[in-house]
Design a protein around this ligand. Sequence first.
Ligand code: SAM
Ligand code: SF4
Length: 329
Amino acid sequence: MFIDPFGRSITYLRISLTDRCNLRCVYCMPREGLQWQPRTDQLSAEEIVQVVATAAQGGVRRVRLTGGEPLVHPNIVEIVRRIASIPNIEEVSLTTNAMMLERLAQPLADAGLGRVNVSLDSLDADKFKRITRGGDLTRVWKGIVAAERAHLAPIKLNTVIVRGLNADELPALAQLTVENDWHIRFIEVMPIGNAQNWGEGFPAPSERYVSVQEMHADLSTFNLQSETTPIGNGPARTYRIPGALGTIGFISPLGEHFCQNCNRLRLTSDGRLRSCLVIPNEVSLREAVRNGKPLEEFFEQAIAQKPEHHDLKIAMPAGSQRGMSQIGG
Ligand code: SAM
Ligand code: SF4
C-alpha cells in the first residue's frame, strides 16, 4: 500500500489528461494560450490505463480526470470506461468547464463516470464570457442539466472568487444550493497559472485575493451551519444554509493548510507523478511505461517526496512554475 513518510495513505490519483483547453480563464492561462506539450510527449490512453492499474495495486481507489479540459480529449469516453473497469478503482470523477458536457454526460455515465465537478465563476453570461474568454454560460447550464439527468451526482461546482470580478456574486452563487442538491465550493485564487496582469477592466494582482474567512463573513446573513461529514474527502470545509438541499464549501490553499489530510498524487499529461500541487518535484514514468517496465518504483519515489506541507507563498514565485492546466488543477 502507498503510505507517505508522514503516514498518510495515498488513495486518490488526479490525472491531467491534456494541457489543452477550449477556454482561457483569466486566472489560469494567458489569452494566447500556453506552449502546448507535443502530442508525442503526452501519455496515450493505453499508457494512462497502465499507470492507473499500478496505482490501484498500490491502494489508489479514486481517480479524478482533469486538465486542461478533459472533455477535449478525443478518447475521453474510452479512457473513463477503461479506468472504471480496473479492479479496485471505486470511483472515477471528472473536473470540467462543461462546455462539451451536454453531449458527453450520458456516454460518460454509461462508461462508468461517477460524478462531475463543474467550474462556474459567474451567473452573469457576459461576465462569464469575460472571465473565461469565450465561455458560453447557456452551454454550461445545459451541461449541468445533462449531468444531473445522467445521475452524475452529487454535482459539485467550483468557483474561484476574485475581488473586483465575481466576489459580489457570492450570495447569489450560495443561493443555488437552496433548491438544488449541488455542492458549491468557493476557492481562493492562487498565484499559479496566470498570476500576471489580466488586461484592462480586470483587477490588479495585488487586489484579487479574498480569504475564505472573508467569503464566509460575506455570507453571514445565511446563518451557515457547519456540516459534520463533508461530502467526499476533498479539502473543503463544508456548510449548509439551513434547510438547503446542497452544501457550501470553502477551499483555502493560501490561508489554511489542508495538507495533513492530503491523500493525493497527481499524474501530469506528459507522464510525471507529482506529489504536491505546489512543490515542483516530479518523477517521470513516461519512458518506463513506454518500455514496458514495472512502474511501482516510480510511485514509491514520488510518494517518498511528498512534503509534510507546503507554503504556497514561498514555493510559487510567479511565472516560474507550471500552470494549473499543466499540473491538473
Ligand atoms: N478545465 C477544467 C475546469 O476548468 O474545470 C479542469 C482543469 S482546471 C485547471 C481545474 C480547476 O482549477 C478549475 O476549477 C479552475 O477554476 C481552477 N483554477 C485554475 N487556475 C486557478 C488559480 N490560479 N487559482 C485557483 N483555482 C484555479
Ligand atoms: Fe481551461 Fe479549466 Fe484553465 Fe479555465 S480553468 S482555462 S477551463 S483549464
